[in-house]
Every structure is written in structure tokens, then in C-alpha cells.
Ligand binder design. Structure first.
Ligand code: COA
Ligand code: AMP
Length: 628
């Protein structure tokens, strides 16, 4: 079947389409009803089913005779080690961990925060929660204690599972003090913490802590507990307009069905093939395509602890692909830009036999045509841009390689996937003509596996996504659809920026800067960066009479963002200005500032209160190397 036929079959009868996809899942009680309309624009998929995610990701493969198949390859250029775990070994380890969690009182519905580096135990922890119906919330290791504390207070976990340390190329990240600091800051106190001691740094355990191995000793392994289809599998926090992160909820059954569907239809892999997503378990890409989808589908997944360059060189990606026989490789464009910068002519590519590699997938930020072209030239396989969000959990638009390799249009993540009726709307919510730029919205209901709500925040869910365009989900992205139905993602419509493929809130950074005692007012914008796509830049107006040197306040502000949000914010540039450009009604003209920083032509908007301030902004930006 061609893409258009598959899409049409979904359009004709969406519920039939997804019930048919659901046949690939092993149910304890198979769904009879696909979609439940809960009214008021809320929907649930397969709510009447009973199923266990861990069973589908692990046990069923062992029962079906694939216990000896490699489930996880841990490749850590940082420690110089490679380890493999078979599905049988994974089953034993996960059942044991789940049993120990249960023995310590973790029950179905309890939340467990996971704060771990890229080690297989991070995946085991996620699966162990799924095995007993606990709801995990993985927090990215590059976030600081304060961000972890915010998530602890929102998710109110009974336990935290962490490692003693993470390993960045230039330093050891001391996770244990970060966890302790976060618990100290949080109002909610978890009952216990499970600590995986890594040999690079053994942490001192406190009264609340148990050792990962020690607490499993002598405890009976746990069986898989079937849960309702609409039982939350996990909460994943993501950035929104304000500093408070949004807890995206993922229901169990839809997640299983949709992710499994994508593995063949989008990524074109069969069970047993090696699939590699070079991301981090702390992000949605890591949840969906390092942990769940490859395992549910019976693939081998790679847990990679390293960087595309410098660990040890710009050939790392190609070494891993060649050594482990990777068929489909998924990463963010920024990672390719990092490699391209070190190895523009692809000298490292030539060192490896990459004949195993069939397709490369890019997502997480806009894939610039130069980067795609470079990858095409070096690798000689299709390079597929696809577009999705934490909220959806898998691709909204893609080139579905397992269905049909559609013509690639550089700059476009191709076409809407079945399940998604994507439309471009004007301010008033009216559909726009092909080629016209507008807000990208998706007609409700969203397909299985996408967010049904936000954790403990239904009103915020409505306000963030459902209110602006009634009957639609508002993606927060702006773009267009061409005559052939190809989508183009141009910009965010909110204060979210994308730094090295990491989604960050400029509003969150502004909140931190505003807390500095000498800062009277501030703004943060995302400016174009050759490597990371975007970089945050802060503008600070200081309190009169503060009597401080600008450079001292800037240095303190940079430190403050790193301490409060974390190194991942990559907040390194700020500049002191007298005033911020505002409209007469007091709105800061961030978009105009972005244009100035990027060297684009701009016109002072008619509503600006003082056009001269734009020249001052330009001079300030030039002083820190932007706005050439
Ligand atoms: N734990 C602790 N700190 C972390 C971290 C983690 N898990 N991940 C990143 N950091 C730190 C980095 O060490 C860096 O610190 P520094 O300011 O002291 O150098 C800072 O956070 C910024 O990280 P990043 O923006 O990722 O820069 P980088 O130089 O470490 O790596 C890339 C740049 C492009 C190589 C890397 O971001 C990358 O591979 N990104 C694409 C893959 C990806 O994860 N995509 C997500 C969605 S697909
Ligand atoms: P995240 O929730 O971290 O996955 O970030 C989602 C956001 O990243 C989207 O809303 C887009 O703004 C951006 N994004 C993701 N994939 C793409 C893509 N292929 N092209 C352009 N932007 C993308």
C-alpha cells in the first residue's frame, strides 16, 4: 500500500485502523472500544483493555523464543566499555528490581522519579516501574537540583532512583548531592532513594538511601501486573512558556500500540534489527526510541554514553553504527553539525564499513538543508527529517520508510502520519491556503499514545493546547503545508527555544534572572547558532544605584541560571542595557530583538514606544558578538 492509501484508510475509519494496529500487542484483556470520548475535548484510547508494558517490551520476546537476542547494547566511549544484555538477562534484572521496589512498598499508581545517566540501569528502572504499574518520571541529568525539586513537588514520588554520578567528557556529574539538594529544596519528601553506585564515584549513602544491588538481595522477583489501558505509564516534564514545567502524561495502551506501529512503518526495521537513537533517556526521544519502541518491537537498542565528537573523535557515530550493525539511526541535527564542523569532508566516515546502515532520521529541532545535504553526501542513505513533540511521543509528520519512501523535500519533515489531521490556521482559527504561513494545529482527537492531559493540571492542559483553536490541539509551532501536503516547520509561537535539540523555556530563564537582586527587568531570546541551532541571550536592566560592574552582574547571572536550571540551559551570554524595546502597552519586542541578533532586516513596529532603543539593543548585541 502507498502512503496515501494507508493515510486514507486511517481517515475512513480511525478506530478500525488503530484496533488493527493493536493486534500486534499482547493483551491481558484485548480492547473492544478504541476511542472513548470523555466529553469536553478529552479522549482516551483503549481504556477498557488490560495490558502490561514491560511484558510486551521484555517477557513476551523471551516466551517467544528470543531470550538469547540482544536487547540492549551499552556503548560508553566515556568509560571505554561495551556491554550487551540479552532479553532473558533484561527480564531477570527488571523482575528483580521490580520485586525489590514492590517489597519497599511501591504499588500501582505510585510515582518514581528516575535521575540517571545513560546506563542500561536507567532503562531497567523504567521497565521495572512499568512491570508493577508504578508511574515513572525520568528527569534529564543536565538539570540542576532546583529543577529536580520542582518535579519532585509536582509528581510527589514515593521513591527516587538515581546513580551516584554521571560522566560528561570534561567532568564527573555528582548526582547524589544533586538528589540530596533537590529533596532538601522540595516540600515533598520521597520515602527512599535507590542509588546505583558507579565505580567512577561511589556516593556516601544516607538514612533514606538503599543500594541498587543490596536492596534486591533475597527479594522475590515481580511478575508483570496488568493495568488498565488508560493507566498512566509515565509523566515526562517539558518546557512551556513559564518556568513551571508541564507534566506530559502518557497512557499505557495507546503508547504500546502507536510506538509499535511506528517501528516498521516509519523506521522500517524488523524484530531483531539494531536500532539506535543517540539521545538521552531524559528526553522524549529517549523514552520512545531508546527504551520503549525498540524493545516492544523486539529490536536491539543502543544505550550510548558519549558525545558525537571528542569521545574520542568525530568518528564515534560511525564506529558505533559499524560495530553494532545499526540499521536505522536517529539523532538531532545539532549532533551532525558538531560532527560536520570537525570533519567537513567526512574523513572519519571513510574509515568504517557502514553498509549495515539503511536510513538516518533527524528530529528535535529544524533540520537545516546544509546539514541534511552533508549527511546525504557522506552516508549515501536516505536522511529523513521528522517532526514531533514530547506531547505526541512519536512523529506527527515523517517520511514513512516502511510504507513508501516518498520524495524528500529539503527543509520539510514530509507528510502527516496516520492519526494526525494537521492543519494551518490563521489567528481566527480558519484553515489557510497551501503555502500560507500560520499556526500548526491538529484536529482532535489526537491519536493513541499522545498526551491525554497534563499531570494534575487539566486546566493548564486546556489553556496550553485546546483553548486557542476550539476542536484542535495547538502545537505551538508555526509553519505551512505545500500543494503536495508537505509540512514546513518554521518557528515556535511561544517562548520555547531549542538549544542543541534540547527544549528550553526562555520564560523560565527570565524568572531566574529576575531573581537576581540587581536585576530590575530582563528578557531572554533565542538567537541563531551555527552549532546548537539556537542559543539563549539575556538582556538585563539593572536597578539604578546598584553600583555594580555590569560584567560582575552578568557573570553572576550566568552562574545563577546554571545553578537553578542546569548546564543544559547553555546560558552563557548576557548583556546589560538601559532599556528594553517595548510596545506602548508594555510588551517586550522579543521577536524584533531576535531579528537584530540574527542580522535580519527588521522594521520598528508601529506600536513601539521608542524606536531609538532598537539601535541601543543592536550595539549591546554587537558588544557580545551578535548582530554583526
Ligand atoms: N548531565 C549533566 N550535564 C549534562 C548532560 C547530562 N546528562 N548533558 C549535557 N550536559 C551539560 C554539558 O556537559 C554542557 O556543560 P558545559 O556547559 O559545562 O560544557 C551543557 O550541559 C550543555 O550541553 P549541550 O548543549 O548538550 O552541549 P555539549 O557540548 O555537551 O554537546 C552536542 C553538544 C550537540 C554534541 C549534544 O548536545 C548532542 O549530541 N545533542 C544532540 C542529541 C540529543 O540529545 N538530542 C535530544 C533530542 S533528539
Ligand atoms: P520536544 O518536545 O523536546 O521534542 O521539542 C518539540 C519541538 O521541537 C517542536 O514543537 C518543534 O518546535 C521542534 N522540532 C522537533 N522536531 C522538529 C523538526 N523535525 N523540524 C522542526 N522543528 C522540530
Amino acid at each position: 500500500m502507498a502512503y496515501k492509501d494507508v493515510y486514507a484508510s486511517w481517515q475512513t475509519d480511525p478506530e478500525k485502523f488503530w484496533l488493527s494496529a493493536a493486534e500486534a500487542i499482547d493483551w491481558d484483556e484485548a480492547p473492544v472500544t478504541a476511542l472513548t470520548d470523555k466529553g469536553n475535548d478529552l479522549y482516551e484510547w483503549f481504556a477498557d483493555a488490560k495490558v502490561n508494558t514491560c511484558y510486551n517490551a521484555v517477557d513476551r520476546h523471551v516466551e517467544n523464543g528470543h531470550g538469547a537476542r540482544v536487547a540492549i547494547i551499552h556503548d560508553s566511549p566515556i568509560t571505554g566499555t561495551v556491554h550487551k544484555l540479552t532479553y532473558r538477562e533484561l527480564q531477570e534484572r527488571v523482575a528483580s528490581l521490580a520485586g525489590a521496589l514492590r517489597a519497599k512498598g511501591i504499588e500501582k499508581g505510585d510515582r518514581v522519579i528516575i535521575y540517571m545517566p545513560m546506563v542500561p540501569e536507567a532503562i531497567e528502572a523504567m521497565l521495572a516501574c512499568a512491570r508493577i504499574g508504578a508511574i515513572h518520571s525520568v528527569v534529564f541529568g543536565g538539570f540542576a537540583a532546583n529543577e529536580l525539586a520542582v518535579r519532585i513537588d509536582d509528581a510527589t514520588p514515593k521513591a527516587i532512583i538515581a546513580a551516584s554520578c554521571g560522566l560528561e567528557p570534561n567532568r564527573v556529574v555528582h548526582y547524589k548531592p544533586l538528589v540530596d539538594g533537590a529533596i532538601e529544596l522540595a516540600k515533598h519528601k520521597p520515602e527512599f532513594c535507590v542509588i546505583l553506585q558507579r565505580e567512577q564515584e561511589v556516593a556516601k549513602l544516607g538514612a533514606r538511601d538503599v543500594d541498587w544491588h543490596g536492596f534486591q538481595a533475597g527479594v522475590a522477583p515481580a511478575e508483570c501486573l496488568p493495568v488498565e489501558g488508560n493507566h498512566p505509564a509515565y509523566i515526562l516534564y517539558t518546557s512551556g512558556t513559564t518556568g513551571a514545567p508541564k507534566g506530559v502524561v502518557r497512557h499505557t495502551a495507546g503508547h504500546l500500540v502507536a510506538l509499535n506501529w511506528t517501528m516498521k512503518n516509519i523506521y522500517n526495521v524488523d524484530p531483531g534489527d539494531v536500532f539506535w537513537a543517540a539521545s538521552d533517556v531524559g528526553w522524549v526521544v529517549g523514552h520512545s526510541y531508546i527504551c520503549y519502541a525498540p524493545l516492544i518491537h523486539g529490536n536491539t537498542t543502543i544505550v550510548f554514553e558519549g558525545k558525537p565528537v571528542g569521545t574520542p573523535d568525530a568518528g564515534t557515530f560511525w564506529r558505533v553504527i559499524s560495530e553494532h550493525n545499526v540499521k536505522s539511526f536517529f539523532t538531532a541535527p545539532t549532533a551532525f553539525r558538531a560532527v560536520k564542523r570537525e570533519d567537513p569532508k567526512g574523513e572519519f566516515v571513510k574509515k568504517y564499513d557502514l553498509s549495515c546502515l539503511k536510513t538516518v532520521y533527524l528530529a528535535g529541532e529544524r533540520a537545516d538543508p546544509d546539514t541534511i545535504q552533508w549527511a546525504l553526501d557522506q552516508l549515501n542513505v536516505p536522511v529523513i527529517d521528522h517532526w514531533w513533540q514530547t506531547e505526541t511521543g512519536y512523529a506527527i509528520a515523517a517520511n514513512p520508510m516502511g510504507i513508501e519512501h516518498m520524495p524528500v523535500k529539503l527543509g520539510s519533515p514530509s507528510v502527516a502520519m496516520p492519526g494526525y489531521d494537521v492543519q494551518i490556521l490563521d489567528e481566527g482559527g480558519h484553515p489557510m491556503k497551501p503555502g500560507a504561513l500560520g499556526a500548526i494545529a491538529i484536529k482532535l482527537p489526537l491519536p493513541p499514545g499522545t498526551l491525554p492531559t497534563l499531570w494534575n493540571a487539566e486546566e493548564r492542559f486546556r489553556k496550553s493546547y485546546l483553548t486557542h483553536f476550539p476542536g484542535f490541539y495547538e502545537t505551538g509551532d508555526a509553519g505551512m503545508i505545500d500543494e503536495d501536503g508537505y509540512l514546513y516547520i518554521m518557528a515556535r509561537t511561544d517562548d520555547v527555544i531549542n538549544v542543541a535539540g534540547h527544549r528550553l523555556s526562555t520564560g523560565g530563564m527570565e524568572e531566574v534572572l529576575a531573581s537576581h537582586p540587581d536585576v530590575a527587568e530582563c528578557a531572554v531570546i533565542g538567537v541563531t547558532d551555527q552549532l546548537k541551532g539556537q542559543m539563549p541571550v539575556g538582556f538585563l536592566c539593572l536597578n539604578t544605584g546598584a553600583g555594580r560592574k555590569d560584567s560582575a552582574v552578568v557573570a553572576e547571572c550566568v552562574k545563577l541560571v546554571r545553578e537553578k536550571i542546569g548546564p543544559v540551559a547553555a546560558f552563557k551570554s548576557a548583556v546589560v542595557v538601559d532599556r528594553l524595546p517595548k510596545t506602548r502597552s508594555g510588551k517586550i519586542l522579543r521577536a524584533t530583538m531576535v531579528k537584530i541578533a540574527d542580522g535580519e532586516p527588521y522594521k520598528a513596529p508601529a506600536t513601539i514606544d521608542d524606536p531609538a532603543v532598537l539601535d541601543e539593543i543592536k550595539i549591546a548585541l554587537q558588544s557580545i558578538g551578535y548582530a554583526k
